[in-house]
Design a protein around this ligand. Structure first.
Ligand code: BG6
Length: 510
């Protein structure tokens, strides 16, 4: 039965974090207003924030505490999973919000910040447990980290000092490695929380529960029973106002290095022996190390790169977006065929695709099982031999489907494909799924890094992306093709699968 509105079902036994101060750098930006503070507000509604806490916004804009609070109030009202009325505790929450204007590269600003934090901690009896959050443009990460180091703010003076680093984490292996080194000069690896918001999504975490919380799937989760796997992260939005950033990044860096690689590792990693950040991330790194990016002639046949372009000018065209080079070759869509060189997955193709300005927003992972070895029933409807398929629908309609064969009632032995469907909303209620940032902020406060990336994981993931990106830049890739906005992408992506007699599946849309 659908429940009535129950924003945080089943919270018994969930720990509350210890008293702490959260300092957000880049607090006047969009992420803070749209995601971070609404997530903290939802956690406060669920009584999941510490008994004593402070949230300090720091950025260049000259705002007062009151200005900051009213901006955040508007953010919660517009973007919060739980609105102001549903929660009804805005005034209390707002009293924990403070703001300090700073210059990111100026040591004096950090001395002011240290004094500001200490004064508030003393006033509100909050011990010096601190979580710094880098929500600024990535070029500011190193200067901020260095200044935190110089002023002693990175030192652990209470129970913890941690730093959350937003994406993008580097733009290739070299820059990611360099960023890791610079962070490690100031913070220990166990203090660093590299965020990938996909890992905060409930349905993404559920891939692990599905695989390792049920006995019936793991025995068939391998090359003997699985024909291939598809991971589709399709977006209907275009690049909008992000052209300046996007044209330097492209879809491989923006979506594949982080989100799609995370999904790939969750589907393919070996079971860790416990739910533990080190063990879990060890398994993820092992599988990332085994991913073989296309090389040589395969770069041409096993990768697709494309850009959206409206043929009749009535839709968006990437090259006309603000901030985009009118001759840009940056792909807004890519499809890849990857292989994993280990015992479990040898020879199984993994098809990954992602793009902008497509027909709908859909994120799904499809496990396509092999056909039955011998078919007994020949009086079938056209789709009767469709092999079993398990689809994880990650967004927007969260749930999963299992396709299997059944007998058509009546004479003969006619078969037909049917779906067994489970949707989260029908069990847990429409608003039950927390926002990714709620989970991740809570975990960072609790000191659980399981859902954050480790230095080596990020670098192995960049190794895969770099190999493809560099092959494309050397001209070894397929030609850039174009697709009409509002479609499901370029025909070249269909051709890539058709070469092995396969086709893309869209199981999570009607
Ligand atoms: C971000 C990318 O990391 O993820 C964006 O930079 C993309 O380009 C977004 O739109 C997608 O996230 P979600 O949660 O909407 O699937």
């Amino acid at each position: 039965m659908p429940t009535e509105f129950e924003p945080f079902p089943h919270l018994d036994g969930i720990r509350k974090p210890p008293p702490a101060t959260i300092v957000i750098f880049g607090a006047s930006g969009d992420l803070t207003r749209r995601k971070l503070v609404p997530a903290l507000h939802s956690l406060a509604c669920a009584d999941l924030l510490p008994d004593r806490f402070l949230i300090i916004g720091a950025a260049r804009s000259k705002l007062s505490d009151d200005d900051f609070r009213s901006r955040m109030k508007e953010g919660v009202a517009s973007f919060g999973r739980l609105g102001l009325e549903e929660c009804g505790a805005w005034d209390d929450f707002a009293s924990h919000l403070h703001y300090l204007p700073i210059q990111y590269d100026d040591p004096a600003s950090y001395r002011d910040l240290a004094a500001f934090i200490e004064k508030l901690e003393a006033q509100h009896e909050v011990p010096p447990n601190r979580l710094f959050y880098l929500s600024t443009p990535p070029t500011l990460y190193v200067p901020i980290v260095e200044r935190l180091g110089e002023t002693g703010l990175a030192r652990c003076v209470g129970d913890f000092t941690r730093i959350v680093v937003e994406k993008p984490f580097g733009r290739d292996l070299e820059s990611a490695h360099e960023l890791n080194e610079r962070l490690h000069e100031v913070f220990g690896e166990d203090q660093i929380y590299r965020i990938d918001h996909y890992l905060g999504k409930e349905t993404v975490q559920n891939i692990m529960v599905f695989r390792f919380g049920n006995a019936i799937f793991e025995p068939i989760w391998n090359r003997r029973y699985i024909d291939h796997v598809q991971i589709s992260v399709l977006e209907d939005v275009d690049v909008g106002r992000r052209g300046g950033y996007y044209d330097q990044a492209g879809v491989l860096r923006d979506m594949f290095q982080n989100h799609l690689m995370q999904l790939l590792t969750l589907v393919t990693m070996e079971p860790p022996t416990a739910w533990d950040a080190t063990l879990l991330r060890d398994e993820k790194v092992k599988v990332l190390r085994a991913v073989r990016p296309p090389q040589g002639a395969a770069v041409r046949t096993n990768t697709v790169r494309a850009q959206y372009r409206s043929a009749h000018g009535d839709g968006p065209t990437y090259r006309k977006e603000p901030g985009v080079d009118p001759k840009s070759e940056t792909p807004t869509y890519a499809a890849l065929e990857l292989y994993i060189d280990n015992w479990r997955w040898q020879g199984v193709p993994f098809y990954l695709r992602s793009g902008k300005a497509l027909a709908r927003k859909v994120t799904e992972v499809v496990i396509q099982f092999k056909e039955v070895p011998h078919l007994l029933f020949d009086e079938h409807t056209p789709d009767a031999v469709a092999p079993n398929q398990l689809s994880f629908c990650l967004q927007p309609d969260e749930g999963f489907h299992l396709r299997f064969q059944t007998k058509v009632p009546g004479a003969g032995m006619r078969t037909r494909s049917v779906q067994m469907t489970y949707m989260f909303a029908s069990t847990f209620g429409e608003k039950a799924l927390p926002e990714a940032y709620e989970r991740l902020l809570l975990d960072a406060l609790l000191g659980d890094a399981s859902l954050f990336s480790r230095a080596d994981g990020i670098e192995f993931s960049w190794r895969i992306i770099d190999a493809i990106q560099q092959a494309w830049e050397r001209g070894e890739g397929p030609p850039l093709t174009f697709y009409e906005p509002g479609t499901w992408g370029p025909p070249a992506a269909d051709v890539m699968l058709a070469a092995s007699g396969r086709e893309w599946s869209l199981s999570c849309v009607d």
